[in-house]
Design a protein around this ligand. Structure first.
Ligand SMILES: C[S@@+](CC[C@H](N)C(=O)[O-])C[C@H]1O[C@@H](n2cnc3c(N)ncnc32)[C@H](O)[C@@H]1O
Length: 346
């Protein structure tokens, strides 16, 4: 069995409740049964003992979980760095102050278009763009680092420059581009919205062309960025533990250095691969055991098990393909990444 690398990033789905109805939401519409405060305390305590990974408070909409400030402070007291992933619509000035007081190092606000019409149509709520922009302003006024998350699909792939300019004008430190994964509600829009392999290639070169600029750029769920970087002779970005709030060391990090804990305590390799690696114990414990012993995670850590084009690819050590997209397309998480334009030489 492969010795697991250190756990660096934990996405915690604090709740499934949400005030938006995003077309692409990986979570779907099911809610209820959130981990209790005491269960969260046990989870956070165990994570702190595992080497203090960054904990991303995600959702659903995390600001709808009533005890988010207490949970964030508890994490901070344990030495766990925290970040908040939010749709931004609920951040007024008092909430921004509470976010700062709770110790979040960074707030990531999702903007899925550079204009109101595009964003609002994708997010299912008229006015959500304007509210999110206002939320971004409040975050900066409270002195908290701002990141913009943007899911890239057919509706906005042609507006990357405008998204970049918008993120800069909002005072963001980072822009993370999430390549759509056709899972949850996103499965229904996959055929109409997912980029073709060639369009992904264009997006990834766009990212490479802007590296080293004023905004930290990251392509999430787009591990082929690492193949493109290698083909261009560029060096991959290296982020130390105390540095940027994202771990970027190789393409797909699902189960390798990243884990996802669902609102009900199920543990998945990432938020987009709906194959459970295990479930927390009734008291909220067990994450260390799952991280160490899960056969699923062991499989994902072993690039020698990749199949098809990914298995033959000379870049499999640095890319590995998106395992969630492979699963969505074929039902096999070790199959080839379907949205990759590179044809390995045999
Ligand atoms: C699930 S949301 C939860 C946090 C918060 N409600 C928000 O809107 O950011 C976290 C991020 O995942 C992205 N996301 C959700 N479903 C996705 C999918 N199927 N493919 C790619 N990204 C997705 C969202 O756009 C968002 O940036």
């Amino acid at each position: 069995m492969h010795e697991p690398r250190p756990l660096r990033l934990v996405f915690w789905e604090t709740t499934r409740q949400c005030n938006l109805r995003c077309l692409h939401c990986r979570g779907g519409r099911r809610s209820g049964g959130d981990l209790t405060g005491p269960q969260v305390d046990v989870l956070l305590g165990e994570l702190a003992a595992m080497g203090r990974p960054i904990v991303i408070f995600s959702g659903g909409e995390p600001l709808l979980r009533p005890d988010w400030p207490e949970a964030a402070r508890r994490a901070g007291d344990l030495g766990l760095p925290t970040a908040l992933a939010t749709n931004g619509t609920l951040i007024d000035a008092p909430t921004a102050a509470r976010i700062a007081q709770a110790g979040f190092r960074r707030v990531a606000v999702s903007l899925d278009g550079a204009d109101a019409a595009t964003h609002d149509a994708f997010r299912g709520l008229p006015g959500s763009f304007s509210l999110a922009l206002s939320g971004c302003g409040r975050v900066r006024e409270a002195g908290v680092d701002l990141q913009i998350n943007c899911t890239i699909a057919a509706h906005n792939a042609g507006r990357l420059d405008a998204l970049y300019d918008l993120a800069r004008s909002l005072g963001a430190t980072a822009l993370h581009l999430f390549a759509l994964v056709p899972v949850g509600c996103g499965a229904a829009i996959g055929p109409s919205h997912q980029l073709s392999p060639e369009q992904y290639e264009t997006m990834l070169h766009w990212v490479c062309d802007r590296r080293g600029g004023p905004l930290q750029l990251k392509a999430t769920c787009a591990p082929h960025l690492f193949r493109v970087l290698a083909q261009r002779g560029d060096t991959p970005p290296a982020h130390g533990r105390g540095g940027a709030l994202h771990a970027e060391t190789r393409g797909c990090l699902a189960g390798v250095s990243v884990i996802f804990v669902s609102h009900r305590g199920e543990v998945f390799p990432c938020g987009y691969l709906p194959v459970p690696a295990g479930r927390l114990d009734a008291d909220g414990g067990g994450i260390r055991r799952i991280w160490r012993d899960s056969p699923l995670l062991a499989e994902l850590r072993d690039v020698g098990r990749l199949k098809g084009a990914c298995g033959r690819c000379r870049y499999k050590q640095t890319c590995g393909g998106c395992r969630a997209r492979a699963y969505a397309a074929t039902g096999d998480y070790l199959a080839a990444e379907p949205q990759c334009a590179y044809v390995p030489q045999t």
